[in-house]
Design a protein around this ligand. Structure first.
Ligand code: ADP
Ligand code: ADP
Ligand code: MG
Length: 674
């Protein structure tokens, strides 16, 4: 079972570092972790046999510093380095530096990474190898007028893509010539800041596109195989959300054609190890042997590799280690079987009800169910932090079943039984996707999510009054409990000498903050047992009998609703069917939590991020809704607009600067005020 590689340094973090370690340990390898200051207490550090600090939180100063990582590998006598995905996984110089240092890089030869590294070069190479590519322009000329003419020639809609792109960055769909210049500028800026390379290519935008990719493997002995396809069409902003294998509607003929194209592509670059050939398919015409086009090759292990593991029964990381050790692939094409159907959902700390803004913070609660056919890959545990420095993925839930329906039902059930409190997350959104009739019916393409945001619940919602009521009662209870602990009186928590002690029909009120707004809740009846009622006048929540809070400690109070109180009587998180409402007892002596009124002329950063563009300076006149700045975080650009018309009176940040969530960036002297 073991390979000749006895130890591995994992140059990554989070779930993928933990995933790689699991197989490394199974193969009897010694595991070495590296970590940034932000990850000192991370799971991947705890799970490794040894771990080394490599620098401050920003990836550029830690996980992306090749020299430091190689120095640690030498010091720890690592036989090999596994780069995971992201970070240095597709970095040619890093792969070469490993080779130069006499350390095995668990990945393809540097020449293969280079050949596939830029989308323009890869497309040219694939065209030569007879692999179909998307029609478009992928030459060197980058003049804006020239590119606009190319777009015209290709005919709209077109897609502008950063040649160095990844993770959906530096990409813009353009539907009309009038929008081309602005889209080009945006794509170039994003590409320059993310990849240090502003070059783009232009492709025909495929309508109703489906993203279908083939998993390939090569070895040093000239073998190349594919492990079937994955359908990754459920995307948002060109980022995968739910993946599955096999692809709905796949036929043996199409699979054979796609598999051959993928293996040809791998052979054309002398590929070794795990790789993925991504194809785009025109979904409106169904899957056809002549209807798919090469998009790019990812020369690494993919986030969604577990669905392939589920249907093939193979451990892809083990295969990677075997190939890296110089062994021939232990499986032949004809031995690989596809059994059942598998799904993966990416659980993210983000707020679907608020533009999917990335979230950060402590995971006060984190629970996953265990169930037949369910696998959960995660790099965090309850009590860990989701930091703003890296991809805010919390976990991947993978389900396998005999049929597509069974696997999808299992995924929906697993999501239903998943609890996350602290940062908001997309669990309810993922479940809505699993339950969407069209998705169940295999009627979807890459635009499905964007077309159905309302149906999927990804829209601003009213405050959940029932959750506020539960949270307020819980907070009152905690408060009384705390007072009681300090009190010399008897066991009845009402028997304390503060405002909570009442006679007759007991009434008490508590002011709480919900989403930054003050809400007053009034409770009538005893805090213990049944028969209470809660009134929240401002939310028109009246006299609804409140049952169910029977326990003094943070705990589950109903099967579909959880209340989690932070120790110390502070914040209370109420989960209703996966939707989190945060209730904070109001402290009138503390800071003014209430958001300033609308149209007050303050532009704040919606999240931790980088101010990548600033379009105004003091003295500028702005219209309401005018674009004033762009903040970028977690692969996404967010455009900030003027909340009201007026004159810019102050700009508190500079382009390129990191900004904190809620930091005031721009002040506009409004017309009403003047
Ligand atoms: P996959 O197809 O496997 O999802 P992606 O191209 O989306 O591949 O990227 C894989 C991983 O690499 C992401 O989950 C992310 O961690 C990382 N990554 C890729 N591009 C970026 C980027 N521009 N900024 C930050 N992380 C990135
Ligand atoms: P990245 O390196 O960021 O993963 P890709 O080239 O793989 O970039 O494209 C990412 C996604 O963008 C695809 O999965 C697909 O949804 C969409 N896409 C890419 N090319 C096209 C195209 N020509 N037409 C329509 N959609 C496309
Ligand atoms: Mg891609």
């Amino acid at each position: 079972m073991a390979t000749s590689l006895r130890s591995v340094l994992i140059a990554n973090r989070g779930e993928i570092a933990c995933r790689i370690m699991r197989t490394a340990k199974k193969l009897g390898m010694h595991t070495i972790a590296v970590y940034s200051e932000a990850d000192a207490h991370a799971q991947h550090v705890k799970q490794a046999d040894e771990a080394y600090l490599i620098g401050p939180a920003p990836a550029r100063e830690s996980y992306l510093v090749a020299d430091k990582i190689i120095a640690v590998a030498k010091q720890a006598k690592a036989d090999c380095i596994h780069p995971g995905y992201g970070f240095l996984s597709e970095n040619v110089d890093f792969a070469q530096a490993c080779a130069d240092a006499g350390i095995v890089f668990v990945g393809p030869p540097p020449s293969a990474i280079r050949a596939m590294g830029l989308k323009d070069g890869a497309k040219a190479l694939m065209q030569k190898a007879g692999v179909p590519v998307v029609p478009g322009y992928h030459g060197a000329e980058q003049d804006a007028h020239f590119l606009a003419a190319q777009a015209e020639a290709i005919s709209y809609p077109v897609l502008i893509k950063a040649v160095a792109g990844g993770g959906g960055k530096g990409m813009r769909r353009v539907d009309a010539a009038a929008d081309f210049a602005a889209a080009l500028e945006g794509a170039q800026r994003e590409a320059q800041s993310a990849f240090g390379n502003s070059h783009v290519l232009i492709e025909k935008y495929i309508l109703a596109p489906r993203h279908i990719e083939m998993q390939v493997f090569g070895d040093a002995h000239g073998n190349a195989i594919h492990l079937f396809e994955r359908d990754c069409s459920l995307q948002r902003r060109h980022q995968k959300v739910i993946e599955e294998a096999p692809a709905p509607g796949m036929t043996p003929e199409v699979r054979a054609a796609m598999g051959k194209a993928a293996v040809d592509a791998a052979r054309a670059v002398g590929y070794q190890g795990a790789g993925t050939i991504e194809f785009i398919v025109d979904g409106s015409k169904g899957l056809r042997a002549d209807g798919f086009y090469f998009m790019e090759m990812n020369t690494r292990l993919q986030v969604e590799h577990p669905v392939t593991e589920a249907i093939t029964g193979l451990d892809l990381v083990a295969l990677q280690f075997r190939v890296a050790a110089g062994e021939p692939l232990p499986v032949k094409q004809e031995d690989i079987r596809c059994t059942g159907h598998a799904f993966e959902a990416r659980l993210y700390a983000e707020d679907p009800e608020n533009g999917f803004l990335p979230q950060a913070g402590k995971l006060w609660s984190l629970h996953f169910p265990t169930a037949p056919g369910l696998r959960v890959d995660t790099g965090v545990a309850m009590g860990d932090e989701v930091t703003p420095f890296y991809d805010p993925m919390i976990a991947k839930l993978i389900t396998h079943g005999a049929t597509r329906q069974e696997a999808l039902t299992r995924l929906a059930q697993a999501l239903k039984k998943t609890t996350v409190a602290g940062p908001k997350c997309n669990v309810r959104f993922l479940r809505a996707l699993c339950e969407a009739p069209a998705f169940r019916d295999e009627q979807f393409d890459t635009g499905f999510i964007d077309r159905n945001l309302t149906e999927l619940g990804a829209v601003t919602r009213e405050i959940n009054a029932a959750s506020v009521a539960r949270g307020a009662v819980f907070a009152m209870k905690q408060k009384v409990h705390d007072l009681h602990k300090k009190s010399p009186f008897g066991h009845d928590p009402w028997n304390v000498s503060d405002g909570f002690a009442l006679t007759g029909p007991r009434r008490s009120s508590l002011a709480v903050l919900v989403e930054g707004k003050r809400v007053d809740a009034v409770l009538t009846g005893s805090l213990e047992g049944a028969g209470q009622s809660v009134t929240i006048p401002s939310l028109h929540y009246d006299h609804v009998t409140y049952l169910g809070l029977h326990k003094a400690q943070p705990d589950m109070i109903a099967s579909d609703c959880h209340v989690i109180g932070i120790p110390g009587g502070g914040t209370v998180f109420v989960l209703d069917d996966g939707q989190q409402t945060t209730v904070v007892p109001f402290d009138p002596l503390g800071v003014d939590y209430e958001h300033e009124g609308e149209g007050d002329g303050t532009v704040t950063s919606p999240m931790h991020g980088k101010l990548v563009a600033l379009f105004v300076k003091p003295g500028d006149k702005v219209e309401k809704g005018q674009r004033v700045a762009i903040v970028e975080a977690m692969k996404m650009e967010h455009t900030l607009v003027a909340p009201s018309a007026g004159v810019v009176s102050d700009v508190a940040a500079a382009e390129g600067q990191q900004v904190a969530q809620d930091a005031r960036l721009i002040t506009i002297h409004t017309e009403e005020a003047s």
